[in-house]
Design a protein around this ligand. Structure first.
Ligand code: DQA
Length: 144
């Protein structure tokens, strides 16, 4: 099973950015967690991080016919991007949304998620482990 993990803007700054909210783990720690999960679960996991909305849309489109499940943390684009929502709908690949922080307990402007309107599940407030949980959900639901 091939899973694509997409991270949006500023996720590459993990460990440096607002550690009180996002924790002290770095982006490199997230990449090792993904590698460990791939080995432990016998999955092919590709990761993609971009600070650019259009690059994320391009990556989702390129996944058509190649990827079996998407884990996406659209970061700030969560709350603004109809384009990412439409790209997910266009390729129709099962997707799970992840947020490191407990978005539901934060500012009013973070309470809407456009990509989340497509995703079958949202995992939030679990730190980096949320990515592992999302991958396991896709494996259990769609793996063979
Ligand atoms: C985030 C939450 C978003 O509101 C924020 O803009 C981010 C990270 C999270 O993982 O908790 O950049 O998606």
């Amino acid at each position: 099973m091939r899973i694509l993990v997409i991270n949006g803007p500023n996720i590459n700054m993990l460990g440096i950015r607002e550690p009180g909210i996002y924790g002290k783990n770095t982006f490199a720690d997230l990449l090792s967690l993904l590698e460990q999960t791939a080995r432990a679960e016998n999955l092919e996991i590709e990761q993609f991080q971009s600070n650019h909305e259009g690059a994320i849309v391009d990556k989702i489109q390129e996944s058509y016919g190649k990827i079996d499940g998407i884990v996406i943390n659209p970061a700030a684009y969560t709350h603004t991007s109809v384009a990412i929502l439409d790209a997910l709908k266009a390729v129709s690949i099962p997707a799970v949304e992840v947020h490191i922080s407990q978005v539901s307990a934060r500012e009013a402007f973070r309470q809407i998620s456009y990509p989340g309107m497509y995703c079958e599940k949202t995992i939030q407030g679990q730190g980096l482990d949320g990515y592992r949980q999302a991958i396991l959900y896709l494996k259990e639901t769609y793996g063979n």
